[in-house]
Design a binder for this molecule. Structure first.
Ligand SMILES: NC(=O)c1ccc[n+]([C@@H]2O[C@H](COP(=O)([O-])OP(=O)(O)OC[C@H]3O[C@@H](n4cnc5c(N)ncnc54)[C@H](OP(=O)(O)O)[C@@H]3O)[C@@H](O)[C@H]2O)c1
Length: 259
């Protein structure tokens, strides 16, 4: 079984639907876990639930000084960060490009893309001090194709792919691997609650029924892949991207009776 004993793991958006799943799994695998998020109440509750080897730090991924403080707090408490999961992300309210205002565009790119850039920038020296480690960027199947009404989100996730590959090249010789995961539609508040400024959540108009695995993804589906990529078992894997989407990107599957 994969273990992360004596390793410091920082998960951004660590109180969210997927983030909390990742945090719990790393903790169960022996890691010292730092929960980075903007939601102080949820963060304190999760850290208290996990107890020893867990700490919450308020981290706004768009703020460089917030990153510096989080990386320092992690190192002071547990030792240098060896695994960074750039998981924090937000969705834009659905709108065609012509109706998308610049402020919305900038906000989504700021959190989803600049947040990951600042994370890599701030964490890389710590990962070197840890003797190497892994960075995993949570992108999206939206970063592989196009999705009408979600231009800011799609563009941000496409850009995370380029950031991932570039960071992998820059950091490989320091024994730091950088990979990306593309989740499909995962049952979290991200799809069950409306994006800021919109009326309807994605779950109101999305159905997994046509796809090869006709169910919503669970956070654990992503977590299992994440722990593998972050572990030494994946020591020959870097600059790569992994889809975990139940066949969403394959397109509709034939109905059983028609096959
Ligand atoms: N769920 C899906 O279907 C799906 C599919 C593909 C990819 N993803 C990606 O998976 C990642 C996790 O999403 P999720 O499904 O777990 O969504 P979620 O439940 O909404 O979690 C996102 C977390 O990020 C936090 N966050 C927002 N802005 C932040 C900031 N500036 N700094 C730090 N944290 C911030 C959120 O806090 P608040 O709740 O306070 O805003 C929340 O805790 C995201 O990158 C998302 O794009 C999700």
């Amino acid at each position: 079984m994969t273990t992360f004993h004596n390793q410091t793991v920082l998960v951004t958006g660590g109180t969210g639907g997927q983030g909390a799943s990742h945090v719990r799994a790393f903790h169960a695998a022996g890691a010292n876990v730092v929960i980075g998020d903007i939601d102080t109440e949820r963060g304190a509750t999760l850290a208290a639930e996990l107890g020893e080897r867990a700490r919450f730090v308020r981290l706004d991924v768009t703020d460089e000084s917030s990153w510096a403080a989080a990386i320092a707090a992690a190192e002071q408490t547990f030792g240098p960060v060896a695994v960074l999961v750039n998981n924090a992300g937000v969705q834009n309210p659905p709108a065609v490009i012509e109706d998308t205002d610049l402020r919305t565009w900038a906000r989504i790119l700021d959190i989803n893309l600049t947040g990951a850039f600042l994370g890599i920038k701030a964490a890389a020296p710590a990962l070197r001090r840890a003797g190497g480690g892994a960075i995993v960027n949570i992108a999206s199947t939206s970063g592989v194709g196009g999705t009408a009404h979600y231009a800011p989100y799609v563009a941000s996730k496409w850009a995370v792919r380029g950031l991932t590959r570039t960071a992998a090249l820059e950091l490989g010789r320091d024994n730091i691997r950088v990979n990306a995961i593309h989740p499909g539609v995962i049952a979290t508040p991200f799809i069950t609650e409306p994006a800021a400024g919109s009326d309807a959540p994605i779950s109101d108009f999305y159905s997994p029924d046509p796809f090869a695995v006709p169910r919503l993804g669970e956070p654990a589906d992503v977590t299992r892949l994440l722990l593998f990529l972050a572990s030494s078992e994946a020591s020959f894997i870097t600059g790569s991207e992994y889809v975990v989407d139940g066949g969403l990107l394959l397109g509709p599957a034939l109905k059983h009776e028609a096959a």
